[in-house]
Design a protein around this ligand. Structure first.
Ligand SMILES: Cc1ncc(COP(=O)(O)O)c(C=O)c1O
Length: 371
């Protein structure tokens, strides 16, 4: 790499080259069998994923949004119910609460972890609260010990939004095994991503698993026998084949992400930049490496001028957006999320990223902050 070369935010081209022969031959086998829907690859991946996450069940669905939506449906959450969540996340987390007819209740986050603040969750519980949706943001596990304690005390369900955190650990357990359900997205940018859309719901509950298996397939208990209104949300067989291959290498890929994160820490820590904190007990999957700086806009401009990929997720708390105008929240309700919105910057991090690429990103940032 020469100095003038840019650095992409994400580059999956080497990974694709290394997987394509095996993946294509699995697809060819599917073709020979004619098994394209809920076939052997989906079943094998569900088994492999349940073992990896450490749950009794793993159910492949069409995407991460559906995993969240189907969790709320299986838990019987609907109109009149409240669900507490974070405003500092991708919209799907709260969107599904509205999709089942319940009301999202937003509470602010902790600045160091980017995750929901359990003290504020406790204060937001009312007689209508039915569930909490913590998000393991950027791959960093939320404080599940505190969240589960609040849920137990108040008889609430916990739906983990683990879309960005496949493989991350809270204490010695994988995320997705700590709540009533765990919800994963396989959108290509995720820690475990496929080459299209895909998702997974994990649970230890036989009842939830049975309900979700029906709901993802039009509420059908058997062919042409519909117990309730469900939807078509099946994980695609072609994506499941790829996910089987990628899951085998996931721990290795997370280790690469963590190594890149440590390199960034080392180089950026010397500048006046706040690097992401590590969980005290557990491990970060580093789906994103997100720094904080009062000079964020200056750094961002320098990265863009040098063709270096970056993102400002998340610039404004969901609760303050047009869609939630009727809930009448104000910026004072979310001081931490609002402040972070102006300071955060996610840098390139992907398993095949080279040390030279990390060095190049850090060099450009160093020049920007010292100019
Ligand atoms: C935190 C979070 N939740 C949910 C989702 C939804 O996942 P999907 O895009 O697979 O529907 C995403 C994906 O971007 C996400 O980042």
């Amino acid at each position: 790499m020469t100095k003038a070369e840019g650095v992409p935010y994400l580059d999956l081209s080497r990974e694709f080259d290394s997987l394509k022969d095996e993946w294509f031959s699995m697809i060819t086998e599917d073709g020979a069998r004619g098994s394209w829907i809920l076939g052997p690859n989906v079943h094998a991946f569900e088994k492999q994923a349940a073992e990896f996450v450490g749950t009794a069940h793993a159910i492949g669905v069409a995407n991460g949004t559906d995993a969240l939506y189907l969790s709320l449906r299986a838990l019987g959450i609907g109109p009149g119910d409240e669900v507490i969540t974070t405003p500092y996340t991708f919209f799907a987390t709260s969107e599904v609460i509205d999709m089942v007819g319940a009301t999202p209740v937003f509470v602010d986050i902790d600045a160091a972890s980017f995750n929901i603040n359990p003290d504020l969750v406790e204060q937001a519980v009312t007689a209508k609260t039915r569930a909490i949706i913590p998000v393991h943001l950027f791959g960093n596990p939320a404080d599940m010990t505190a969240i589960n304690a609040i849920a137990d005390k108040n008889g609430l369900a916990v739906v983990e939004d683990a879309a960005q955190a496949f493989g991350a650990q809270h204490e010695s357990k994988r995320v997705g095994s700590l709540g009533n359900t765990g919800c994963f997205s396989f959108y290509p940018t995720k820690v475990l991503g496929c080459y299209g859309d895909g998702g997974l719901l994990t649970t230890n509950s036989n009842e939830i698993a049975e309900a979700v298996r029906k709901l993802r397939n039009h509420g059908a208990a058997a062919a042409f026998q519909h117990d309730e209104v469900g939807m078509n949300s099946r994980l695609d067989e072609v994506q499941a084949a790829l996910l089987r291959l990628k899951l085998k290498k996931l721990d290795e890929n997370i280790a690469s992400r963590q190594r890149i994160a440590s390199l960034y820490d080392e180089k950026l820590g010397a500048l006046d930049i706040i690097c992401p904190e590590r969980p005290q007990q557990g491990s970060h999957a580093f789906n994103l490496y997100t720094i904080r700086s009062s000079k964020r806009d200056l750094i961002r401009q320098a990265l863009m001028d040098n063709s270096i990929g970056n993102s400002t997720c998340y610039p404004s708390p969901l609760a303050l957006q047009e869609v939630y105008k009727h809930l009448s929240y104000t910026a004072e309700d979310f001081p931490v999320s609002v402040a972070l919105g102006a300071e955060v910057l996610s840098l390139p991090v992907f398993p095949d990223m080279s040390d030279e690429q990390v060095e190049r990103v850090c060099q450009v940032i160093k020049q920007a902050v010292s100019s």
